[in-house]
Design a protein around this ligand. Structure first.
Ligand code: ZN
Length: 345
């Protein structure tokens, strides 16, 4: 299988023409282990068994039950991704990278079984998860790894990445993580792929990242800042960020709980996310907004009582229409912007 060239999208099964993608989920996990440090040990390595009596508790307090963050069953994943395909879904961007147990060969198997194009990421998650891999590495070593992931394949899987990220940034942004970001910019310049970033939770983190990338000569128009749902809460701060030229992503669609385990904030629900996005669209930012679900726990999958990968299609699109988003605006957000970002330049 050849590598994709400029003008093409690189999926786990090879190059695809951009206009074949359809509706894209630009930030998901299909096979991953995002277990927060310490949770496995406190559970004695025993994974929780999810049943009707505990599923609410696990969904609500989703970080403290060992096993909930482990998605490692390819058969289950095929069923879940097939639901997305049956609902009319196009493609999925899978951002499981070093530190959260990527399985590129598994993604290729899922894509083959479901017919859903999957674009895999390359790079390093936050140091708390991926530090063992990169803390001692130089910028050049890190950049080489990411470039190799796009050009030749991830590890020895032969499966190539089509995007860089989600690159992890903590609070405070560690010097090793800054080296990773510097390497990501070099990899972007070398491969023509976009960068997706998991920002720190402090409200200044997204802008700090965009300016950092800009100073290094990176292209902010091909830089996606994820997780705005838990980072910036008002139109003015998002507009200030977008005025610096990046792409803003709300990727917690489907999480309807105000409770957020990692910070003292109130998470918005789907309706509130859309209200904020709608104002930004009316101000002319419609071509720099992405929406996704960032599924990384069992309780968000249909198999364990969750909404699954089709939630955006089945619940969010109807809500967008009810709120008065035009079909043009919806197509821009769910098809055209992800297509633009996934097309290698
Ligand atoms: Zn993610």
């Amino acid at each position: 299988m050849r590598a994709a060239t400029a003008g093409e999208v690189q999926t786990v099964l090879g190059p695809v023409a951009p206009d074949l993608l359809g509706l894209v989920l630009p930030h998901e996990h299909i096979l991953c282990d995002v277990t927060p440090p310490g949770i496995a040990a406190s559970a004695g390595g025993q994974q929780v068994e999810i049943n009707l009596e505990n599923v609410h508790e696990i969904r609500y307090h989703w970080v403290c039950h060992y096993g909930n963050h482990i998605l490692d069953d390819v058969t289950v994943a095929i069923e879940e991704v097939a639901r997305f395909e049956r609902a009319g879904g196009g493609a999925i961007v899978e951002l499981t990278i070093c530190g959260i147990k990527p399985n590129p060969a598994g993604l290729a198997e899922i894509s083959r079984a479901t017919g859903v194009p999957i674009v895999a990421g390359t790079g390093y998650y936050i140091e708390a998860h991926a530090g063992g891999f990169f803390t001692g590495c130089s910028v050049d070593q890190l950049a080489h790894k990411m470039i190799d992931g796009v050009k030749n394949g991830l590890g020895d899987s032969g499966v190539r990445a089509g995007i860089i990220g989600e690159i992890g940034v903590s609070d405070p942004w560690s010097s090793a993580e800054q080296r990773v970001m510097t390497a990501a910019v070099l990899a972007q310049q070398e491969t023509g792929a976009s960068i997706n970033v998991h920002p720190g939770r402090q409200p200044f983190s997204p802008l700090e990242i965009v300016r950092f990338v800009r100073r290094l000569g990176g292209d902010p128009a091909r830089l996606v800042i994820s997780h705005l749902d838990r980072t910036l809460f008002d139109v003015a701060s998002v507009a200030r960020l977008l005025d610096d030229g990046c792409i803003a992503e709300w990727d917690f669609f489907g999480i309807e709980s105000a409770y957020y385990p990692f910070a003292d904030i109130d998470l918005p629900n789907d309706g509130q996310r859309l209200n904020l996005i709608q104002v930004l669209v009316s101000q002319g930012y419609g071509s720099r907004i992405l929406i996704s679900q960032d599924i990384c726990t069992k309780t968000r999958l249909v198999r364990w009582g969750g909404h699954g990968y089709a939630h955006l299609i089945e619940a969010v699109l109807p809500m967008m229409r009810r709120k008065g988003f035009s079909e043009t605006e919806i197509t821009q957000i769910t098809e055209l912007t992800p297509r633009r970002l996934l097309t290698l330049v």
